[in-house]
Each structure stands twice: as C-alpha cells, then as structure tokens.
Ligand binder design. Structure first.
Ligand code: SAJ
Length: 397
C-alpha cells in the first residue's frame, strides 16, 4: 500500500516514518526544501524522542521518501497546520491548499484522511467539497474521513501506536475504509463515528484540558494574593479521591491547547462561554508573570534577569505559542532589565544568545524559571540564595 503524507511536521513526520517501518511505501510532502532534504538524508528537523532512529530506519529501508510535490498513492493523509488568524478566526488555508495539491493525484478507490485538528465542518465543507469540485465522486469512489491526531509531544511515537483513535467519515463506507487502515498499525481501539463528531471530539479534548489548566492558573493568582503555596495546596486538594487539579504555569502554549478552543468559540460564540473565559484566563497569565518580574526588578538599579526555558513545555524544543518565549521577549521589549536566556533543548535562537543555565543563574539578580525542563529540576533553592526566584512552575524546592 502506498501512502502520501502532506505536511512533515510534528504529526506528519512521525506518522510517515512509523508507516514506513510497518511496510507501507510512504511518500512525504512538504513545502520546505530544507525539510525534504533533511528527511531524505535520514535526518530530522524537529526534536522528539526516538524519532531520529525511526526516520533513519524508514529512509534506509527505502520505504520513506520526501519531495515537494505529491505522487499517486492509495491513501493520502493531510497533516498540515490549522492555526488561527486575527480575532481567533480559524485559518484553513493550509487544509485548502493541501486538498487542492493532492486533487490531481487522487484516483478512484483512494482514501483521503484529514488528521489536522479542524473546526466542525471542515472535512465535509472543505476537503470533500474541493475534491468533488475537482471532479471526484466523493463518498462513492473516493473515501474521505477525519481522524484527529491525539499524540502528546515528547511521547509521540508511543502514543501514535497506543492511543485510541476516532475515525469520522463523510459517509459510512468512508468510515469503514479508514478504520481498516488505522487498524493495520494502531494498537489502541479505533472508534467509528461521523466527521463532525470526530472534529468536535478532538476540539473538546483540548478544551477540557485548557479549562482545567485555567482553573489551576486561577488558583495560583488566588494563592499568591493569600500568600499560600499553590503547589502545596494542589497536592493536598488532590488527595481527595475525586479531585485532580492540574498544574499552574506561566500560561498555556503549544499549537493545540492554546488554539483549538477558539475553533469552538468561533462557531458557537453564544454557547462557548466557559471555554472562552478559560482561554482568557490562560492568556492573561504571562502578563501577570511579567508584572511580578517588574516588581522584583524595581529593587535593583541595573537588574539582570535570568530566564530559564523558552519552550512551550518541559523537555521539548517547540517554541510555538510558547508563553515562556512571549514573556522573555516582552521583558526585553519593555527594557525591564538585562535579559539572559538558557534553553537547554536548543543550540541557537534568532533573537537571543543562549547561554548554559548555570551561567545564566550565576550572572542574574532575578532568576525566572519558565519551563520545567529536566536539568532545571535538580536546582535547589539553596543554590539560588541572594537571588530573587520567580518560579512559575513550582520546580525549585
Ligand atoms: N500545562 C500547564 N499545566 C498542566 C499541563 C499543561 O500549564 O498541568 C501547559 C503546558 O506547559 C503547555 C500547555 O499547557 O504550555 C499544553 O501542554 P500539554 O502537555 O497539556 O499538551 P500539548 O499541547 O503538548 O498536547 C495536547 C494534548 N492534548 C490533551 O492532553 C488533551 C495531546 O494529546 C494532543 O494531541 C495535542 O494537544 C494536540 O496536538 O492537539
């Protein structure tokens, strides 16, 4: 079976290489020449545990090749970004472009799967519609379904295989065909539904997490005001058998949880009140952190602020929608003090000179911990004496 994967990012590349090692012939497509060349050399352009080994073995076996233009295949997987534009309106231009680019290569009997997280209606109203307009008999001899990805960055390869998956076709035969495909390489259960339910299910999963993180972030503001340690508080509250509060942080980042809830709000603005408020609570947290830094910086004549971490969460190099990056940029923009930055998962950054974290700490008056990366976890409060510590993740004891 030949599979053509459009978009070789955090979802497309792991999926393409996994399929390549499971005996599928995979052709991966990306608009970036750099990405295509890197993969064809058996190397990777993103950081994800064990992905390098998988890509190398898929490429060496000859089962994974990459290029700038699609090729004919039995199955097409769209794994392109779905960001939002101004006013939090979904930007579906990549899904549209990817559908148009595969349309001339699709043949009767083929399957087209949208994996990108998408607003309700996208599979029917964009993917299926464009393929019909391009002359395909969609739902009769070209099968279309949404199968949202659910993998957690940092655990992608495990979760690709182990997680249960939802498959929602534009009609029953599409659902059946696509369920069969995922069964071939997923160990989790494959749950069949329709396209719209699959779309909203994915959005609900991430909104659920966003709302719960907002609850933790709101508690962190209340605790700060009451002079209570929020991490101790949450640990204690979570000893209740039916309570499981998440962890507060400097804000919510990544390209999923900070984005997807808006896809629900955009279509159901009058109903999605809690979902919208949670987004606002989480989006306000970075500003609260910046204010904390300002108050501490006022105590020094020439404050040096050491920022630990830029990534959107622990042990990844992914800076998309990262609250840590936004905070560091804003501190520099507002000229609150001299900014030193450590990000152990990156070797360089276009806007900042990255330093080893030990050096950052040594040279700083204020240590601002933004990401709970593994190396930071070994830091002790005693190592930071004489410094002001702002620990947004509750890492340093
Ligand atoms: N965060 C907190 N406190 C917490 C948990 C997370 O502040 O207790 C923050 C993180 O630091 C990060 C953000 O939330 O900035 C999101 O991180 P995450 O680990 O919760 O999630 P992602 O964005 O890496 O992946 C999520 C996952 N969704 C759910 O857990 C419901 C993943 O399964 C999805 O596949 C992914 O979104 C996606 O692509 O949609």
């Amino acid at each position: 079976t030949k599979v053509c994967v459009i978009g070789l990012g955090y979802i497309g590349l792991p999926t393409a290489s996994l399929l390549g090692t499971k005996g599928f012939k995979v052709f991966g497509v990306d608009t970036s020449e750099h990405v295509v060349n890197t993969i064809n050399q058996g190397k990777i352009h993103i950081v994800e545990p064990d992905l390098d080994i998988l890509v190398k073995s898929a490429v060496q076996s000859g089962n994974l090749k990459a290029g700038l233009q699609p090729q004919e295949a039995d199955i097409f997987i769209l794994a392109v970004p779905t960001p939002f534009k101004d006013e939090h309106i979904p930007d579906l231009s990549y899904v549209e472009a990817a559908t148009r680019v595969i349309a001339p290569f699709v043949k009767p009997g083929n399957i087209v799967i949208l994996e990108s997280t998408s607003p309700v209606g996208t599979t029917d109203d964009i993917v299926a519609k464009i393929l019909s307009e391009e002359g395909h008999d969609v739902g009769r001899d070209v099968y279309v379904a949404h199968c949202p990805e659910r993998v957690l960055p940092g655990r992608i390869l495990t979760e690709l295989v182990e997680n249960d998956r939802i498959v929602g076709g534009i009609n029953e035969i599409s659902t059946e065909k696509v369920v069969e495909f995922y069964r071939a390489f997923v160990r989790g259960e494959i749950l069949a539904t329709d396209a719209k339910t699959a779309e909203l299910s994915k959005l609900s999963e991430n909104s659920f997490r966003d709302v719960n993180i907002a609850f933790a972030n709101e508690l962190s503001l209340i605790c700060d005001q009451e002079n209570i340690n929020v991490w101790e508080l949450i640990k204690l509250a979570n000893r209740h058998p039916r309570v499981n509060i998440l962890q507060p942080g400097p804000g919510v980042g990544g390209h999923c949880i900070a984005v997807d809830p808006w896809f629900i709000v955009a279509r159901s603005p009058d109903q999605a009140r809690l979902i919208k408020t949670a987004r606002e609570v989480n989006d306000a947290k970075p500003h609260w952190v910046i204010d904390k830094v300002k108050v501490s910086a006022d105590k020094f004549k020439n404050p040096v602020i050491g920022c630990l971490g830029l990534a959107f969460k622990a042990d990844v190099d992914d800076l998309r929608e990262s609250p840590a990056l936004d905070i560091v940029k804003e501190i520099r923009k507002q000229d609150i003090g001299e900014v030193l930055v450590a990000e152990p998962n990156l070797t360089e950054h276009k806007d900042f000179t990255l330093l080893p974290y030990q050096e950052v700490i040594k040279r700083s008056d204020i240590v601002l911990l933004l990401v709970d990366h593994k190396p930071f976890k070994s830091l002790k409060a005693a190592d930071l004496k004489e410094k002001i510590l702002i620990d947004t993740r509750g890492v340093i004891q």
